[in-house]
Design a protein around this ligand. Structure first.
Ligand SMILES: Cc1cc2nc3c(=O)[nH]c(=O)nc-3n(C[C@H](O)[C@H](O)[C@H](O)COP(=O)(O)OP(=O)(O)OC[C@H]3O[C@@H](n4cnc5c(N)ncnc54)[C@H](O)[C@@H]3O)c2cc1C
Length: 459
């Protein structure tokens, strides 16, 4: 087929650099308000799965390297590259639920806030990301550290099958039984995946009907005592309780706390099947010896996925400029957070924060199926610089890099979904166990020997 015929076959939009509308479309490829200065030659906004196939064939015939974008949430805009073709899947956001088999077939740009309420109508659920705006595509491909990790694990464990367009320009189905090495890579390679996924088939879980949340808000100065309590108490909680610790500025909704106060917020969310189970599960959290020092808190409040999305969305809101970086560590959370607390206290922006979680399955304790996603440590932190004024870009990015470099010696690697790929050329490699990284290279060489798909973005 000639280039002209391939272009004619596209139902979607093809915009070349220099065309009217290019810059507006390019900027919309990245959710972050901070837009990278990288410029693809061509952007194809696919209108159908067939369009993705045509676009890959067109890129092959014209020698353009391909990058793929679904929801645009990657913090460093990994899909935006200099030169080549960017295939934009944002118009492919459909979702079909088969309640009888507890499976769903979702297109790449379907978001957590689309899927969770649709599933809830059938009494079903999926481990979507913490913010409802996150597209399922890049999130599941990266592993997906979402809600209820203790029971559901990373999202990629609930992935049953993907439909892909390969570097050869073929449509292929991949699962544990068919093209299993490509499926293995789809479970975690994230922004280094070397095919375009047009559809994900997901295994679903029973909806926890009594999602219940408790929290304490402590002064940041209490971080050492708070985190050592968290570490002891975490071991007493059942897997259905998700625990998070945020170091940041007290939200303005907490009117009893002076504006601008730096705090540690500890939240326990129980994904329970009944209120009795929720209350029992949160027992160890409720008997907090430091409760008297809390500035605010919530006790056993009923919640829903929509309410959880709203709380997270207030912290990571759109139209801000942001940078993120991650660290897995074998150290206790308190070792990491007592270092990072000083940086949070001095952050140039009040919106910046550090999030810590205790990961779903510490390495070696629970056998996991074959997947590229690597859980590298027993604690995990993410730093976020979030600001608004373009004049403050440099100071905020420097703040984040300096803060994360202080805990880097305590770390064993990064998480590919949110790591700052531009901070160091080894970031992608250090987001995988060494043997996984080697296997990823081999599987890529098999499926994309000519390097049609862009490799991991690096500095
Ligand atoms: C506000 C916010 C909240 C977040 N919360 C979480 C969270 O709770 N847990 C978590 O684990 N992560 C979280 N993330 C990180 C998120 O998982 C990644 O940014 C992920 O890449 C988002 O998916 P996307 O489709 O929007 O990615 P995009 O930016 O569209 O794509 C990123 C890269 O993924 C690859 N890719 C995406 N789709 C395809 C496809 N269909 N085929 C082939 N390659 C593809 C491409 O290489 C692309 O460059 C969050 C990010 C943000 C901004």
């Amino acid at each position: 087929m000639s280039e002209r015929e391939l272009v004619r076959d596209l139902d979607g939009l093809l915009v070349r650099r220099g065309d009217a509308g290019y810059e507006d479309l390019r900027a919309r490829m990245v959710w972050n308000g901070l837009k990278p200065e990288r410029f693809p030659d061509v952007i194809v906004r696919a209108a159908s799965e067939q369009d993705v196939l045509s676009a890959v064939r067109l890129a092959r015939s014209t020698g353009l390297r391909i990058s793929v974008r679904a929801g645009g949430h990657n913090w460093v805009g990994a899909a935006l590259r200099d030169g080549g073709m960017l295939i934009d899947l944002s118009q492919l956001g459909g979702c079909t639920i088969d309640a009888a088999s507890a499976t769903a077939s979702v297109q790449p740009a379907s978001r957590g806030s689309d899927l969770a309420p649709a599933l809830a109508e059938h009494g079903l659920a999926f481990p979507v990301g913490h913010c409802g705006s996150v597209a399922l595509s890049g999130y599941i491909l990266s592993g997906g550290l979402g809600w209820n990790p203790g029971v559901w694990g990373p999202a990629c464990l609930s992935l049953l099958e993907v439909e892909t367009v390969t570097a050869k320009g073929e449509m292929l189905r991949c699962s544990e039984h068919e093209n299993s090495d490509l499926f293995w890579a789809a479970r975690g390679a994230g922004p280094g995946f070397f095919a375009a996924v047009t559809r994900f088939r997901l295994g679903l879980h029973r909806l926890p009907t009594a999602i219940t949340m408790s929290s304490y808000v402590f002064p940041l100065a209490d971080v050492a005592d708070v985190t050592s309590w968290v570490s002891e108490m975490a071991a007493l909680l059942p897997p259905l309780v998700e625990l998070s610790v945020v170091l940041g500025t007290a939200p303005p909704t907490l009117t009893t706390i002076a504006p601008g106060t730096k705090v540690v917020v500890v939240t326990a969310t129980a994904f329970a099947g009944s209120q009795d189970e929720a209350v029992r599960s949160l027992g160890a959290f409720q008997v907090c010896p430091l409760a008297g020092r809390a500035l605010a808190g919530v006790t056993e409040e009923r919640s829903t996925f929509d309410a959880l999305f709203e709380t997270s969305g207030a912290l990571w809101s759109q139209h801000h400029r942001s940078a993120a970086d991650t660290l897995w560590s074998m150290e206790d959370l308190s070792a990491l957070l007592s270092v990072l607390a000083d940086d949070v206290a001095q952050a140039p922006s009040d919106k910046s924060l550090v999030l810590a979680i205790i990961p779903p399955a510490p390495p070696g304790e629970v056998p996991l199926p074959e997947m590229a996603f690597s859980i590298l440590g027993r604690s995990y932190v993410v730093g976020y610089a979030i600001w608004q004024d373009p004049a403050d870009d440099e100071i905020n990015i420097r703040w984040l890099r300096e803060a994360m470099s202080k805990v880097e010696p305590l770390g064993v690697g990064h998480y590919i979904a949110e790591t700052d790929l531009l901070a160091a050329p080894t970031r992608a490699e250090r987001s995988f166990a060494p043997e996984t990284w080697e296997r990823l290279r081999e599987v890529r060489a098999r499926w994309d020997p000519e390097g049609v798909f862009q490799p991991f973005l690096h500095s």
